[in-house]
Design a protein around this ligand. Structure first.
Ligand code: ZN
Length: 561
C-alpha cells in the first residue's frame, strides 16, 4: 500500500491518537445490540429506529421479560394524572420482592430511569435492551453483587403525548407530564405524582446508593457520544460526588472507550457563538446548582447520582447506542464496586448525624446555601466547528449535513473545565428547625424527602436564630418565578413554641435535605419555589419587616434554664 492508501485506511478506521477505532457521528458497530428472536425486539429495533416505544409497548416488553424470568419483581410507583400505572422493574438474583429482603441480602441497590423527558427517548430504549441482556442474554452476572431497579418510562403520560418530529424517531412524546409540568424541575417542590411516587415508593423504601437519570440535549457541536454529570449542590456532603467524579467517572469513561469505542466526557457546553471554545462549563450545559433536578436533589441525601445527556444531532440509533454503552459500563462498575459505594454512603449518613450532635448546639456548625463553578484546570476538548441540520433530499427528515459533525472532531487544547462546585455563601446549620402548625403542608413535603418530623406534644422553649425579612422579591429564571428575600439572621432570645408545632431534629441522615428546603437563602428551597409567599403576605411582608416562619434552634432550654 502506498502512503495515501494507508492514510485512507487509517481514516476509515477512525484511528486517532487514542490508538484504536472510535466511532464518531452516527456510526455504530454492526449488530451492537445482539441477535434476538423477533418477540424480544424492542419497538425501536423492529422499526429500524424510526419509532420509540409507547408506554404500552414498554409494559408489553417488560411483561414478556417478567413471564420468562425468575429474577423480576414489579414495583408500582405512581398513578399518572391520566390514570396510568407507572412502575419500576426490580431485577435481582435471587429475586427479592421487598425493601426488607433487599436489605437482608446485603447488596447495594442501584436505580436507573429513562424518559423523564420523553422527547429524549434513547435512555428508555437502552434500558429495555439492558434488561433483556441481563434476564435473557449473557449479562446475568450483573446481578451477582447488586440489585437493580429500572424504571424505563418515568413519564408515561408524556411518552404517549405524541407529536411529529423532523428527525428520528418520527413521533416523539412531550417533555411535560399531563399536568403540564416538567418532572425534572419538581425534585424539591414535589407537585407531581411521578416525583412524589419516586420518593415514596423507591428512594425512601429501597434506598438506592446510586441514582441514574437518562437525558438528551438539543443540537450541539461537541464531539462526545454522551456527557455525564453528578450532583454539585455545595449543601450536599461532598464525599459522594467526589467519589463519582474521581473514581467512577474516569473508570467508566475509559472502559467505554475500550469496549464500546466511543468518546464520552462531562456534561458541559461552551458558548457556541464563539470559536474556538475557551470554557467547557456545567453552567453553559444548564447543569445549574439547583435542587430542582432529581439527580441533584438526591445528592442531598448522601447518595451518588449520575445524569447523562446524549447530543441531539446524531441519529436515534446512535443515541441509543451511546446510552446503552454508558449504562452497561456503569453497571459493570457498580457490580464490582457497589460494596465500597454503599459504605461511603452509609458513612456519610453517620458522620452527618455525629457532626450535628457534636457541633450544632454551639451555633458554629456551617453549611453552604449557595455556590458556583470553578475550573478543574485545562483540558483538550473534542468539538466540531460546524454542526448543520438539513433535510434529507426529497424528504422531510432532518439529518446532520454531511461534512459537519461527523468523523473525528477537532481537538481544542487549553479549554478551562468549569465544573468544580465550590460553596460561596454559608449559613448556620441549626440543631433543629421549628415550624408553626399552619405550615404543616411544608412538613408533608419534608416527609416525602425522607426527613423525620415530630409534632410537639407539649410546649418547648428554645434559643437560636431567626431570619428577619426586609423585603420579598420575585425573579424570573428559566421559565419560573422564584422568590428572593432581602434580610439577615439575628440571634433570638428564648422563644416558646406551643404543642402542635413541628420540630425537625437535624441529627438525621436527611439533615442536608432539610437544610436546603428550609433555609431562606438557598436558590430553590421551599422559599425559592414560592411555597411560603402566601404565609408571608398574610403577615404583612409587603408592608413591613417580618420574621421568616422557620425558627432555627441551637439549644432546647425547656426544663433546665
Ligand atoms: Zn432532559
Amino acid at each position: 500500500m502506498n502512503r495515501i492508501l494507508i492514510g485512507i485506511f487509517l481514516i476509515s478506521l477512525g484511528l486517532g491518537s487514542y490508538g484504536q477505532n472510535i466511532y464518531w457521528g452516527d456510526e455504530v458497530p454492526e449488530k451492537w445490540n445482539g441477535e434476538w428472536a423477533e418477540q424480544y425486539l424492542t419497538k425501536a429495533e423492529i422499526t429500524k429506529y424510526e419509532s420509540t416505544s409507547s408506554f404500552s409497548d414498554v409494559q408489553e416488553f417488560v411483561n414478556l421479560l417478567r413471564w420468562n424470568s425468575e429474577f423480576v419483581h414489579i414495583e408500582n410507583m405512581f398513578t399518572t394524572p391520566r390514570g396510568k400505572s407507572g412502575f419500576a422493574v426490580v431485577l435481582s438474583n435471587p429475586r427479592v420482592t421487598s425493601p426488607k429482603e433487599a436489605r437482608e441480602s446485603g447488596k447495594p441497590v442501584i436505580y436507573l430511569q429513562g424518559d423523564i423527558h420523553p422527547p429524549e427517548a434513547e435512555g428508555k430504549e437502552a434500558l429495555l435492551m439492558v434488561m433483556r441482556d441481563i434476564l435473557m442474554g449473557d449479562k446475568r452476572y450483573l446481578l451477582d453483587n447488586q440489585i437493580l431497579i429500572i424504571c424505563p418510562d418515568f413519564n408515561p403520560d408524556g411518552t404517549d403525548d405524541l407529536h411529529l418530529n423532523h428527525g428520528t424517531p418520527h413521533l416523539i412524546g412531550s417533555g411535560r407530564n399531563a399536568q403540564g409540568k416538567n418532572l425534572n424541575r419538581d425534585a424539591i417542590k414535589l407537585e407531581t405524582p411521578e416525583v412524589i411516587g419516586l420518593n415514596n415508593r423507591i428512594l425512601n423504601r429501597w434506598d438506592p446508593i446510586l441514582f441514574f437519570d437518562a437525558h438528551a440535549m438539543s443540537r450541539v457541536k461537541h464531539g462526545y457520544a454522551i456527557g455525564y454529570a453528578t450532583h454539585t449542590l455545595p449543601t450536599a456532603n461532598p464525599v459522594t460526588r467526589e467519589y463519582v467524579w474521581n473514581d467512577l467517572f474516569p473508570k467508566v469513561r475509559s472502559n467505554i472507550r475500550d469496549n464500546f469505542h466511543i468518546e464520552t466526557f462531562t456534561h458541559c457546553m461552551w458558548d457556541e457563538a464563539y470559536w474556538p471554545p475557551t470554557e467547557w462549563s456545567h453552567h453553559l450545559g444548564y447543569w445549574f446548582m439547583e435542587g430542582k433536578f432529581v439527580a441533584m436533589a438526591y445528592g442531598l441525601r448522601n447518595r451518588m447520582t449520575v445524569l447523562v445527556e446524549t447530543p441531539g444531532h446524531p441519529s436515534f440509533e446512535r443515541r441509543i447506542y451511546a446510552q446503552y454503552a454508558y449504562i452497561n459500563e456503569l453497571l459493570e462498575y457498580t457490580n464490582r464496586h457497589g460494596d465500597e459505594m454503599m459504605q461511603i454512603c452509609h458513612k456519610a449518613d453517620k458522620e452527618l448525624v455525629e457532626r450535628v450532635k457534636a457541633k450544632a448546639e454551639s451555633g458554629m456548625l456551617k453549611n453552604f446555601v449557595d455556590g458556583k463553578y470553578e475550573s478543574y484546570g485545562q483540558i483538550e476538548l473534542l468539538a466540531y466547528k460546524e454542526s448543520v441540520a438539513e433535510y434529507e433530499p426529497g424528504t422531510s427528515v432532518l439529518r446532520t449535513k454531511p461534512g459537519t459533525a461527523e468523523g473525528p472532531p477537532e481537538r481544542v487544547k487549553g479549554v478551562e473545565h468549569i465544573a468544580k462546585p465550590v460553596g460561596t455563601k454559608e449559613a448556620n446549620m441549626p440543631r433543629g428547625y421549628i415550624l408553626p402548625e399552619c405550615l404543616g403542608f411544608l412538613t408533608d413535603k419534608l416527609k416525602i424527602h425522607d426527613v423525620k418530623v415530630e409534632v410537639l406534644k407539649e410546649a418547648i422553649t428554645v434559643s437560636g436564630e431567626e431570619y428577619v425579612i426586609d423585603k420579598m422579591k420575585h425573579i424570573q429564571w428559566m421559565g419560573f418565578t422564584l422568590t428572593r428575600l432581602d434580610g439577615q439572621f439575628a440571634k433570638s432570645k428564648k422563644k416558646t413554641f406551643p404543642a402542635g408545632s413541628y420540630l425537625i431534629d437535624m441529627a438525621q441522615p436527611s439533615a442536608n435535605m432539610a437544610f436546603y428546603c428550609l433555609e431562606p437563602e438557598t436558590p430553590d428551597g421551599f422559599l425559592g419555589w414560592g411555597l411560603i409567599d402566601e404565609y408571608l403576605e398574610s403577615i404583612g411582608v409587603n408592608d413591613r419587616s417580618v420574621v421568616y416562619p422557620v425558627y432555627k434552634y441551637f439549644k432546647i432550654v425547656t426544663g433546665d434554664e
